[in-house]
Design a protein around this ligand. Structure first.
Ligand SMILES: *[C@@H]1O[C@H](CO)[C@@H](O)[C@H](O)[C@H]1NC(C)=O
Ligand SMILES: *[C@@H]1O[C@H](CO)[C@@H](O)[C@H](O)[C@H]1NC(C)=O
Ligand SMILES: *[C@@H]1O[C@H](CO)[C@@H](O)[C@H](O)[C@H]1NC(C)=O
Ligand SMILES: *[C@@H]1O[C@H](CO)[C@@H](O)[C@H](O)[C@H]1NC(C)=O
Length: 355
């Protein structure tokens, strides 16, 4: 059997070669086949053949991926990303977005999986918002999720810096803000919605987003959060490690996140204990509101929530819709390009749901 590399090389060299020939047909300059192995005469694009091919078989929500984005935003440039299914047989890895996998797996590849090929299970929702699919057990090679114990973990983690620049808290003209698009009880959002209604009896919450009929453009996201002292970083459900960009936004903007999600201890695995306020720190929403009002009047107390900035840095996440799914895909590219070990995911459902 032909190796992944030579097989891929042959097919892609052929394609690239002919593209080039067509472009220069009028020069009749297509070299004979034997020259194709000569790297020095091969155009730059063909050198990409040394990179693994990653096929998006079930791309998330049909959002069109621009392969150049990995280089532009994450400086990751070591794979060829494609959604062209005719490259299935030569792809080093194939990505499947969990939500799109049919219950009977009828939209999965029907051709046999090449021995070298790794299948990646891509999922970014909490367990509560995950549909169980019996067929996904013992099918994949790598998990790509927000969980720390995934094979490829995708998160906006704080990074350690030796000497941070002097941090100046942005100017604030609001106390508490919340950007929310989803208040659907179906996704488990009813807990946070009830909490919000209760909280807003005691403190004003400036609401933005679709649920408030006050949508923000991607460019308004960070400046809006920055203009508030506190930001409600309420996850739609409580799930281990399910700590999303909702917390990253205020950490980047220079605003104190008030979090609701997994227990405080889980948050503290990802960010300093004094960088956020957890709703569980208070017996009820009224007590939280009183504390926030107290901090609003006491600059010294408020400033304590920014001490971590001397040692850590938050990295902005992308806010445009077309970039919503790109980061995990780029991380997968990085992983496949740098780790070629054999692996399987057994009992995916048990891993995801704990039973
Ligand atoms: C991939 O390989 C299988 C045999 O392993 C073959 O049946 C199938 O037609 C090939 N598909 C493509 C797109 O080349
Ligand atoms: C899989 O399920 C879909 C409906 O969800 C159905 O249309 C299709 O025929 C099924 N395919 C097989 C192979 O059972
Ligand atoms: C989600 O699931 C967890 C555990 O599986 C459970 O404790 C929690 O109440 C569920 N609901 C919400 C809204 O998070
Ligand atoms: C990928 O996982 C499948 C299913 O568990 C397994 O049969 C296959 O050998 C694995 N391949 C690699 C390259 O890890």
């Amino acid at each position: 059997m032909m190796s992944s590399y030579s097989h891929k090389r042959m097919i892609l060299t052929f394609l690239a070669f002919y593209g080039l020939c067509l472009a220069y047909l009028w020069l009749s300059s297509c070299p004979p086949f034997s020259d194709m192995e000569d790297q020095s005469s091969v155009p730059v694009e063909i050198k990409d053949l040394d990179k693994p091919i990653i096929l998006l078989w079930l791309p998330p929500l049909d959002v069109k991926i621009d392969p150049a984005d990995c280089k532009t935003y994450f400086n990751i440039n070591n794979c060829v990303l494609t959604d062209d299914r005719s490259l299935y047989n030569v792809s080093d890895a194939v990505i499947f977005y969990h939500k799109h996998i049919k219950w009977n797996l009828s939209n999965m590849p029907s051709a046999p999986r090449p021995d070298f090929q790794r299948w990646i299970w891509y999922h970014v929702e909490s367990s509560n918002n995950t549909v169980r699919r019996v067929g996904v057990d013992d099918l994949f090679n790598l998990t790509l999720t927000y969980r720390r114990d995934a094979d490829i973990t995708v998160r906006n983690e704080l990074s350690i810096v030796r000497m941070a620049e002097e941090f100046v808290i942005p100017r604030k003209d609001k106390v508490v803000c919340w950007i929310v698009s989803n208040m659907s009880p179906r996704t488990g959002a009813s807990t946070r919605t009830a909490y919000f209604h209760h909280l807003s009896k005691y403190i004003n919450v400036e609401m933005y987003g679709r649920a408030a009929s006050r949508p923000l453009s991607p460019d308004e996201y960070y400046p809006t959060i920055a203009s508030c002292k506190f930001y409600l970083a309420f996850e739609n459900s409580q799930s281990k490690d399910y700590i999303t960009e909702k917390v990253n936004g205020p950490l980047v903007a220079g605003t104190v996140p008030v979090v609701m999600g997994p227990p405080r201890g889980n948050y503290e695995q990802f960010m300093p204990a004094d960088s956020f306020i957890h709703v569980d720190d208070f017996p009820d929403p009224k007590a939280l509101a009183e504390y926030l009002l107290q901090l609003d009047l006491n600059d010294d107390m408020y400033r304590q929530y920014f001490r971590w900035r001397k040692y850590f840095k938050a990295t902005p996440h992308l806010t445009k819709r077309e970039h919503q799914f790109i980061q995990p895909i780029c991380e997968a590219c990085q992983h496949i390009a740098t780790d070629s070990t054999f692996s399987v995911v057994n009992n995916l459902n048990e891993w995801q749901f704990g039973h």
